[in-house]
Design a protein around this ligand. Structure first.
Ligand code: 5GP
Ligand code: ZN
Length: 114
C-alpha cells in the first residue's frame, strides 16, 4: 500500500522508534502517546482493519497478543497491568487504515469502557 503510513514505517521509509520486529510483526512507539508506555503492534502485511481478517489470520493475531505481552514485560508494565486496544472503522475510532493493536500502560486507566 503506497499511501499507508504504517507500511512506510515497516519499510523504513519514514522514521519511527521500532521496539520489535520479526517476519510477520513490527512494533513501534506511538508518536502521540496517551500513556507512559504506548506501543503499536502491526502486521507486516497490509490488513486494513479487523473486518478484513479471515481464519487464516488467527495465528497472526495470537502472535500479536503474545508479542504485546512480551513487550509489556520488557517495558516493566506487565505486573502493574496494561491494556490492549484495537479500534475498528470510523465509529470505532480507527484513524490509520492499517490494522494495529495499542499496548497502553504505566498509569492507572479507567475501569469503564467508553
Ligand atoms: P487509531 O486511532 O487508528 O487506533 O490509532 C492510530 C495511532 O497511530 C494514534 O495513536 C496515533 O498517535 C498513531 N500514529 C499516527 N501516525 C503515526 C506515525 O507517523 N508514527 C507513529 N509512531 N504513530 C503514529
Ligand atoms: Zn499498510
Amino acid at each position: 500500500m503506497d499511501d499507508c503510513i504504517f507500511c512506510k514505517i515497516i519499510q523504513g521509509k519514514i522514521p519511527s522508534n521500532i521496539v520489535y520486529r520479526d517476519d510477520e510483526i513490527v512494533a513501534f512507539r506511538d508518536i502521540n502517546p496517551q500513556t507512559p508506555t504506548h506501543l503499536l503492534i502491526v502486521p507486516v502485511k497490509h490488513i486494513t482493519s479487523l473486518v478484513d481478517l479471515t481464519f487464516k489470520d488467527a495465528a497472526l493475531m495470537g502472535n500479536m497478543i503474545t508479542v504485546a505481552n512480551k513487550l509489556a514485560k520488557d517495558e516493566g508494565i506487565a505486573e502493574s497491568g496494561y491494556r490492549l486496544v484495537i479500534n475498528c472503522g470510523k465509529q470505532g475510532g480507527q484513524l490509520v487504515a492499517h490494522l494495529h493493536m495499542h499496548v497502553m500502560g504505566g498509569r492507572q486507566l479507567s475501569g469503564q469502557l467508553g
